[in-house]
Design a protein around this ligand. Structure first.
Ligand SMILES: C[S@@+](CC[C@H](N)C(=O)[O-])C[C@H]1O[C@@H](n2cnc3c(N)ncnc32)[C@H](O)[C@@H]1O
Length: 220
């Protein structure tokens, strides 16, 4: 209950929402189990469910930040059968593990291509897989680089494309509800959110799910 007497959802509501969901592909639980002890940061499960809804009619997705393939799998299993994803992460050990999980979930290799390079370097050279046009992009890598990823991606977006970015609430630091420290990515994330949501070429907002998902439709 908020101080003004209005209501906001809590843990019991989240548990009820989770109870409604259809059974998860076992590959999701396998990734969650693998990520936890190694400290690999992956999307929250509820944010994954939102990502799947957003990806459901998207055929050409670019993802920045693969890790071991959790967010990629949410999108791949939700996409139409002819959907494709190109995903970027310089960490080959992680993306090799990701491929194993995607195969376990029955995703054909040719539906997901991996670019093992820092994203800004990959965007700066001719790379056929990154040429676009994309109808959805998902940004989840270095927080200080979100704005630069989007700038590189803008010319590759088709009209109506969805831009989604994770961690934009940054544990409450972006809004200032929790303290931040210089260099922790907070000011970059704040500037990124302000520039996208304030840009009349986008229709965007932040969904307070997981650590905050920015969603914006490109309507130049
Ligand atoms: C938060 S994790 C991605 C999690 C993933 N999207 C998921 O939810 O399953 C961030 C990833 O970005 C990768 N990364 C680091 N620097 C990068 C860069 N310059 N370009 C692209 N990815 C980068 C890291 O190796 C790491 O695996």
């Amino acid at each position: 209950m908020r101080s003004d007497g209005s209501w906001s959802p809590g843990e019991a509501d989240a548990a009820w929402i989770e109870s409604l969901a259809r059974p998860l592909d076992p590959a999701f639980a396998a990734i969650e189990r693998a990520a936890r002890p190694t400290g690999i940061p992956i999307l929250d499960r509820d944010a994954g469910r939102v990502l799947a809804v957003l990806a459901a009619d998207r055929r050409r997705i670019c993802e920045v930040g693969t890790a071991i393939g959790y967010s990629t799998l949410w999108m791949a299993l939700a996409q139409p059968a002819d959907g494709r994803i190109v995903t970027i992460d310089p960490d080959t050990e992680r993306t090799t593990a990701a491929r194993v999980h995607w195969r376990a979930a029955g995703v054909a290799d040719d539906r997901i291509s991996i670019v093992n390079e820092p994203a800004l370097a990959a965007f700066a050279r001719p790379e056929p897989d990154l040429a676009g046009p994309f109808d959805m992009v998902f940004i989840d890598a270095l927080k200080d680089e979100y704005a630069a990823y989007l700038e590189a991606l803008l010319p590759r977006l088709e009209r109506g494309a969805l831009v989604v970015a994770d961690n934009v609430l940054w544990g409450g630091r972006t809004s200032g509800s929790r303290p931040s420290t210089p260099g922790d990515g907070t000011s970059s994330l704040r500037a990124f959110c302000e520039s996208v949501i304030g840009d009349p070429r986008f229709s965007g907002t932040i969904l307070p799910v997981g650590d905050g998902l920015l969603v914006a439709t490109w309507r130049p």
